[in-house]
Design a protein around this ligand. Structure first.
Ligand SMILES: NC(=O)c1ccc[n+]([C@@H]2O[C@H](COP(=O)([O-])OP(=O)(O)OC[C@H]3O[C@@H](n4cnc5c(N)ncnc54)[C@H](OP(=O)(O)O)[C@@H]3O)[C@@H](O)[C@H]2O)c1
Length: 246
């Protein structure tokens, strides 16, 4: 199973955690990657590690459509086309709604909802035109159930699930052959918790992550599995959680 080799994969949220590890794993299997995030120094270090022939990067913000369009332009300039979008960037400034972190609510909509749509808008014209492509997005276990004290995040991850599942059926109806994969991670050891509001909730989450979280490689393996299938096989949904997670 190596339908990975030679593919050109755009990865948002590639400066740390799941996106960073997935870039490594994809390149190890012969893909070429185009890395997106805001922290340019981290992207530059990752691209240097992966090699110029295998990796390009652009400091870019998923909440800006023009940044995502520039990312696609870079992919085409460096590698000729885009085969796969991994729309993975996300933030989780968790906390109870009663804390009224309005800025955090809106930031989650900008990154977790609009960010996925902006990245999709940037690749869709080519994918539709070439009648081929693969859109992978990172939802969460929080996109499959209801999570207290993380209500807006939970809502954004349900959005990813509903939108991409619905898009999959459109793609079938329109005969565009665009594959879709929604990844639902449980607790993964990354920087995600850093953005949660300080307080008893964050302390409890820290303890739970310390006890249960698994490495980001577990999600990278799921992405590789989805990308590596024959074109006729769509791995639509993958839940990956620690064995120890309830
Ligand atoms: N870790 C978990 O337990 C877990 C569980 C379920 C789902 N997830 C999801 O997994 C995805 C990846 O998160 P992670 O766990 O790997 O956390 P992470 O290490 O904090 O990575 C988040 C990535 O998103 C990028 N990002 C944030 N805001 C951005 C923006 N406005 N524009 C562009 N990039 C932006 C960050 O880069 P910059 O800051 O450099 O821009 C970073 O590369 C997220 O969608 C998250 O919701 C994680």
């Amino acid at each position: 199973m190596n339908n990975v080799e030679g593919k050109v994969v755009i990865i948002t949220g590639a400066s740390s955690g799941i996106g960073e590890q997935t870039a490594r794993s994809l390149v190890a299997e012969g893909a070429r990657v185009v890395l997106s995030a805001r922290r340019e120094d981290r992207l530059a270090a990752r691209a240097a590690e992966l090699g110029e022939d295998n990796a390009a990067y652009l400091a870019s913000d998923v909440s800006k459509l023009e940044d995502m369009q520039a990312l696609v332009a870079l992919a085409k300039e460096r590698f000729g086309r885009v085969d796969v979008l991994f729309a993975n960037a996300g933030i989780m400034p968790a906390g109870p709604m009663s804390a009224m972190d309005y800025t955090g609510w809106m930031a989650q909509v900008d990154v977790n909802v609009k960010g996925v749509l902006n990245a999709m808008a940037a690749v869709l014209p080519d994918f539709t035109g070439q009648r081929r492509g693969h859109i992978i997005a990172t939802s969460s276990v929080a996109g499959t159930t209801l999570v207290p004290f993380n209500a807006v995040y939970c809502g954004t991850k349900h959005f990813v699930r509903a939108m991409l599942s619905s898009f999959r059926t459109e793609s079938v109806t329109e005969g565009t052959n665009i594959r879709t994969t929604i990844i639902y991670p449980g607790k993964i050891a990354t920087e995600l918790l850093n953005s949660a509001a300080e307080g008893p909730g964050k302390e409890a989450a820290r303890k739970a992550y310390a006890a249960e979280a698994i490495p980001a490689g577990a999600i990278a393996d799921a992405v590789l599995c989805a990308v590596g299938q024959p074109d006729s096989v769509d791995v639509s949904d993958i839940v990956v959680r620690p064995t120890a997670e309830a």
